[in-house]
Design a protein around this ligand. Structure first.
Ligand SMILES: [Zn+2]
Length: 199
């Protein structure tokens, strides 16, 4: 993200490698507050909510990807744990109160500097409805998942791992890195899963 002025004191910032560091940072001008503005990935936390044989999906009422389906998820707030963030986003987007069961997927999206953490969860009560950011909230069985109308590749991956694990009768935690490769029209997303375990 580009930054021209210091968000702390309003002076111009310059891009330079601070002493003792090894990469360029936005640094407030000498003579002003001198703060180094570090930029780090944001965390997105969300829930994969099991209900009967199905999973809960929300139809987005906001951009980006208006009208497409997704799992309830959103940016973590300061002062919040990831599991609290996942439950809050679920309340906001699906008006549902959930119990967290397991951390299910972690994806590092290095091209947009985000880390997704998706939890398996279940409804405390069979109660849900569209929140302000959703047009619709529904339970989909595996055969009903709108694969071509999913908002984000990470959600697609999370759902695929879910149904794969469910068919094996065992849920594991899956860790992957999502990268953009290529330029212009040839630009595409690649997903590399960390191979875990003892096999
Ligand atoms: Zn400053």
């Amino acid at each position: 993200m580009d930054m021209k002025y210091c968000s702390h004191c309003g002076s111009p910032v310059t891009v330079m490698v601070p002493e003792g560091d090894n990469r360029p940072r936005h640094v407030c001008s000498a003579g002003s507050c001198g703060i180094i503005h570090y930029q780090n990935p944001n965390i997105v936390a969300g829930c994969l909510i099991e209900h009967g044989d199905g999973l809960l999906l929300c139809k987005r009422a906001i951009e980006p990807r208006y009208g497409l389906w997704t799992l309830p998820a959103g940016f973590l707030e300061n002062g919040e744990s990831v599991e609290e963030g996942a439950r809050r986003e679920t309340r906001e987007e699906a008006c549902a109160d959930v119990e967290i069961l397991q951390l299910f997927t972690i994806f590092s999206l290095t091209h947009i500097n985000q880390v997704y953490m998706m939890f398996r969860a279940r409804l405390h009560e069979p109660v849900f409805s569209p929140g302000e950011e959703s047009l619709d909230v529904r339970i989909f069985e595996e055969s009903e998942i709108p694969w071509t109308e999913l908002a984000f590749p990470v959600m697609n991956q999370t759902l695929r791992h879910y149904f794969e694990d469910r068919s094996k009768g065992e849920f594991n935690t899956h860790i992957g890195a999502v990268r953009a490769v290529g330029e212009g029209a040839g630009r595409r997303i690649e997903v590399a899963m960390l191979q875990q375990g003892d096999d």
